[in-house]
Design a protein around this ligand. Structure first.
Ligand code: S1T
Ligand code: MG
Length: 540
């Protein structure tokens, strides 16, 4: 076996199911082995940011490894934004990069694709990954790979592996996976005792589920935990889509001033807020109507549990959930949970479409044809997604980079085999929408809802005086045919209904529905968000 084959078998053994990539001369040797070995399917895309987003989404939806394979310099450095997003959003992404061979590294010449030094890329990737290795010693490579892949799964964060191009086919032993980290049983019991005591003393305990619940594949166990604890559960903004369809007392998504008032009151009025795998960031908490005193919460994140002024280290989330379940019998407390009502029943008339109509139409579609995985970009399309009923949702809710939606949708279809729905604004589509041109080669056929308000609307709502937010009208619908799909532009609710019905009935080609939205017409969630932010800023 050679080094690349050993790596590919290890990736598969650790849960990877496919590779997304773009080669280059530093990567051709290992790409050849990927293609010829057939250990994992390879999907090449058109621009490295799309490679990173697709691999990120593929890892997220399966709670497993996503794999992005690129060349040195121009490829890997082109993908840093997507990897930074995966790092911030705790996505288990493995970055493979070709690299200079041993001989050429010592030639004394500056090499093409290098930045300041030959190590610059490695140093840049140290900032956006939790572990790294250059596989420049085939003897040591199996242990390096085992350590790095274990780190990726343990921390649910990206890792970086560099493959010198003259070693891709070097003989190499198989990788022996590292075992799970040891957990101190007494510390775990003490932590669980304290959590249960705090929740028992609280008059209004609430559990908030965050992205780590999905990343570590704990949704079913957490749903059971909420039933046994008899607690109302909400998701964080980033955790939207979690517990979708699970039998759990799910109240909705917490979004502070931008969310449903009853959910905001429940969370901000709680004296026992249990944050399970929730990233404590601004998009999850900066829009709090009432400042949440985080010192009074229970925070289980990043493999530790913090309560009050002390922290229990080395408490993996999975071990914590398992021990809580072992400790709590079935709940005797029945919860009258008010599930969020999602808009249904689009009136298919000649009225112009607004974002809320899109949410309504999608809810009708999902009710009729069954669930679809959803990828959303940043912009009002993401706020609109908050009014779409429970469905697996991949979106950069915290890092908030544009360009994620379309490639992430392709990653969802490659990873699940299910037809995805993609929500994307015109500005974001201009960045990575072209990746749709790759659907034909792989038989992907997403349904794309393009919110075309001819502007960077999310910026305009905060700075309306700036003309640079006007993007003008691009003929997105007309572009679809040339990319191998079908495109249509809709302006009324009746046209939207017809277009969606036709898109659902058409398989084998992507379906692009360009929805013309009047500038300034926002989703109700974004409207609340803008009003809330302005009110909070006015109060400062
Ligand atoms: N570049 C990238 C890669 N990501 C970003 N998030 C931004 C710039 C800044 C930015 C936003 S929202 C936004 C920009 C440019 C406008 C989005 O326009 P569009 O996709 O058309 O959606 P909509 O019109 O619904 O806003 C965030 C706040 O930083
Ligand atoms: Mg726009």
């Amino acid at each position: 076996m050679n080094l690349t084959e050993s790596l590919l078998h290890a990736l598969k053994d650790h849960g990877a199911r496919q590779i997304f990539g773009i080669p280059g001369d530093f990567a051709l040797p290992y790409f050849r082995i990927i293609e010829e070995s057939k250990i994992l399917p390879l999907y090449t895309l058109s621009h490295e940011p799309g490679v990173g987003f697709a691999a990120d989404a593929a890892g997220r939806i399966n709670s497993s490894l996503g794999v992005a394979a690129v060349t040195y310099g121009a490829g890997a450095l082109n993908m840093t934004n997507a990897v930074a997003s995966a790092f911030a959003e705790k996505s288990p992404l493995v970055v493979l990069s070709g690299g200079p061979g041993q001989g050429e590294s010592r030639s004394g010449l500056l090499l093409h694709h290098q930045a300041k030094t030959l190590d610059s890329q490695f140093r840049i990737y140290r900032e956006i990954t939790c572990d790294q290795a250059r596989l420049d010693n085939p003897e040591r490579a199996p242990a390096d790979i085992a350590r790095v892949l274990a780190s990726c799964l343990r921390h649910s964060q990206p890792v970086y592996l560099e493959i010198p191009r003259d070693l891709a086919a070097a003989p190499c032993a198989a990788v022996v996976a590292e075992g799970p980290p040891a957990v101190d049983d007494d510390a775990l019991d003490a932590c669980v005792d304290e959590i249960l005591a705090r929740l028992g003393r609280a008059a209004s305990p609430v559990l908030m589920a965050g992205v780590e619940v999905r990343r570590f594949g704990l949704e079913a166990k957490v749903a059971e935990l909420t039933r046994r604890l008899g607690l109302p559960v909400v998701t964080s903004f980033m955790g939207r889509g979690l517990l979708a369809g699970a039998d759990a007392p799910l109240m909705g998504t917490y979004m502070g001033v931008a969310g449903l008032p009853e959910v905001t009151r429940l969370v901000e009025g709680s004296d026992g807020l249990f944050l399970l795998g929730v990233i404590v960031c601004d998009t999850n908490f900066a829009v709090s109507e009432k400042k949440i005193d985080l010192r009074k919460t229970i925070q289980a994140l990043n493999g530790q549990v913090t309560m009050g002024y002390h922290t229990y280290p080395q408490i993996p989330l999975a071990a914590l959930v398992d021990r809580l379940l072992a400790r709590i019998g079935p709940a005797d407390k029945v919860f009258d949970v008010h599930h969020q009502d999602f808009p249904r029943g689009l009136v298919a008339d000649a009225a112009p479409v607004n974002p809320n109509d899109i949410a309504t139409a999608v809810n009708d579609l999902l009710a009729e044809r069954g669930p679809m995985p959803i990828a959303s970009d940043v912009g009002d399309c993401l706020f609109t997604a908050m009014d779409i009923g429970p469905a697996p949702l991949a979106a950069p809710g915290y890092y908030a980079t544009m360009g994620f939606g379309v490639p992430a949708g392709l990653g969802l279809q490659a990873a699940t085999g299910e037809r995805p729905l993609i929500l994307v604004g015109d500005g974001a589509f201009q960045m990575t929408g072209w990746e749709l041109g790759n659907c034909r080669r792989y038989g992907w056929d997403p349904i794309v809802l393009l919110f075309n308000n001819a502007s960077w609307e999310m910026l305009r709502v905060f700075q309306p005086e700036s003309a640079f937010n006007d993007l003008g009208n691009w003929g997105f619908a007309e572009m679809a045919a040339g990319l191998g799909g079908d495109g249509v532009r809709v302006g009324t609710r009746a046209e939207l209904k017809v277009a969606l019905d036709r898109a659902v009935a058409t398989r084998g080609r992507f379906q692009l529905i360009e929805v013309s939205l009047r500038p300034g017409v926002l989703s109700q969630t974004l409207t609340r968000f803008v009003a809330g932010i302005k009110r909070l800023n006015a109060g400062k």
